[in-house]
Design a protein. Structure first.
Length: 504
């Protein structure tokens, strides 16, 4: 940082939670007009450190300095007042309000009418339009947020952070839901922020992105800082070994599954919505991992949600073991031995106010009913057995799931469905927002399930993941099936060609 003025210093920061020392004497410095990447496995302490900076948590020890001046950050509003904004990993907008209301929440422009003040919606619209134009974003200010795609909501959150005119912007996994073009657009915004002297703290598990956009990289492990290096001195392998404390010679586990007879057959499945999936047909074999590729908007999620019974079907048939079935609800899907791991674990996966144990058992409660009461001993034994089987890192089964890292939350959700003894697992972005070490653990679980004869449909937006884990890859484009490729011989270029086949 020799050519940069130090803007932010976090010195000797420590933070403890019950049973966990999340941060242990962490020192972290960021210069003006720089992109400083913060990396580490899930649970390394990255998000906790940034939550201390943003006022969500209060550190137990240490100090924060802005422009050399000691600053006490009491809460998030105080952080924003001090020029620090944050784009959170888990998106939590107000879905039933407009985009502009979400962006200017708590600071609405007001207009006087005599002695009464009203929100000036016209000015709010103009200010939002001006903000989006400056960022080259194509989002209508008055559209309801709940109608937007995840990638559009992510873009809105980025614009909201920029709107505070902050000196420090924390971006926690900002590209987790963005397309390739949107990622390039984000990088363009980041470069313009750098030119204005803004410091960007960039948290991501995508090493290729880090090496492209970052000036410096700080790596954390087990609540401590391993070190800080210029990004130009690092390689993919160096980052991985310093993150996990060991060499990962293989990104994907060896697989020994052998696909067998056709288990599931889908014929001409069509949504009642004209812009959704239509006329999709495919087969899934026993013990097969069928990858599903495509760009954002390809309707992959909508397709598997329809198979699971939580979206309606206008036409088409589903056959299971040669028998035609009709699935009109998730309850019926579970009865047919299906399980669905959803794309957004916070929105539609975890119950954040419940414990790890309750989250693990909630899809299978009927199993523990004895004489109208729950068998607590059996519940505890099954929950702890699943924690041990999947190597879930948690202080105890009673710990709230929201206090776990993303990778461990994802393992809890997998454990939830494994207790239902499914034959078909529908996995929608199973490693989204998870670090490279935790990804390998999830991959190993998936490979073991396939070896046991479980059939898996896996949606992924990460090309290496599709190619490294799939027996076959089904590619979709704008709601239509554009082709199949062999997972062992396919190339990224081949998948991308199919993913854009029907685009105008």
């Amino acid at each position: 940082m020799s050519d940069k003025v130090v803007l932010l210093e976090m010195n000797n920061i420590s933070k403890e939670f019950p049973g966990v020392k999340a941060l242990d004497d962490v020192t972290f410095k960021v210069g003006t007009g720089s992109v400083h990447a913060l990396m580490g496995e899930n649970g390394a302490g990255k998000s906790t450190l940034m939550k201390c900076l943003f006022g969500i948590y209060r550190q137990d020890a240490g100090e924060i300095l802005l422009n050399g001046k000691k600053t006490e950050i009491r809460d998030s509003k105080n952080a924003l007042d001090n020029g620090i904004s944050m784009i959170h990993q888990e998106l939590h907008p107000i879905p039933f309000r407009s985009v502009m209301e979400n962006i200017w929440l708590g600071r609405f422009p007001l207009r006087n009418y005599g002695f009464v003040k009203f929100v000036d919606h016209q000015k709010m619209y103009r200010d939002t339009k001006e903000l989006f134009n400056g960022l080259d974003m194509n989002i209508e200010p008055d559209v309801i947020v709940g109608s937007l795609s995840v990638s559009k909501v992510q873009s809105m959150e980025i614009a909201k952070a920029v709107s505070y005119d902050s000196k420090v912007i924390i971006m926690d996994e900002p590209t987790s839901s963005l397309t390739e073009n949107e990622v390039e657009h984000l990088f363009k915004i980041i470069r313009s922020l750098k030119e204005r002297g803004v410091a960007v703290i960039y948290i991501s598990h995508k090493i290729e992105e880090i090496l492209r956009i970052a000036d410096e990289v700080t790596i954390m492990r087990d609540g401590k800082v391993v070190g800080t290096w210029p990004a130009g001195e690092l390689t993919n392998d160096l980052i991985i070994s310093r993150m996990v404390g060991r060499d990962l010679t293989h990104r994907f586990p060896e697989r020994s599954n052998v696909p067998g007879e056709v288990l599931l057959k889908v014929e001409g499945l069509t949504s009642p919505h004209p812009k959704s999936f239509r006329d999709v047909s495919f087969e899934l074999r026993q013990g097969e991992i069928l990858g599903v590729g495509g760009l954002v908007g390809a309707q992959r999620t909508e397709l598997i949600e329809a198979i699971f019974g939580i979206r309606t079907i206008a036409a088409g048939n589903i056959h299971l073991k040669g028998q035609r079935i009709r699935i009109k609800s998730s309850k019926e899907a579970i009865r047919h031995k299906m399980a669905l791991l959803t794309e957004d674990r916070r929105l539609s996966g975890i119950f954040s106010v419940l414990s790890v144990l309750e989250n693990t058992l909630i899809a299978n409660l009927f199993r523990y009913v004895r004489c109208f009461l729950l068998d607590e001993k059996r519940r505890k034994n099954d929950g702890e057995a699943m924690i041990n089987l999947l190597k879930i890192k948690t202080p105890s089964a009673k710990t709230l799931i929201k206090d776990l890292s993303g990778g461990n939350q994802q393992k809890v959700l997998l454990g939830r469905w494994l207790l239902t003894e499914p034959e078909i697992l529908l996995l929608d972005e199973p490693t989204r927002g998870i670090d490279v070490g935790a990804k390998y653990e999830i991959y190993t679980i998936i490979a073991d399930l396939a070896k046991q004869g479980k059939s898996i449909i896996m949606i992924s937006s990460e090309m290496p993941e599709l190619l490294g884990m799939s027996d076959r890859i089904m590619v979709m484009c704008e709601g239509r099936l554009s082709g199949f490729v062999d997972g062992k011989t396919a190339t990224q270029e081949e998948i991308m060609r199919l993913a854009t086949q029907f685009m105008a």
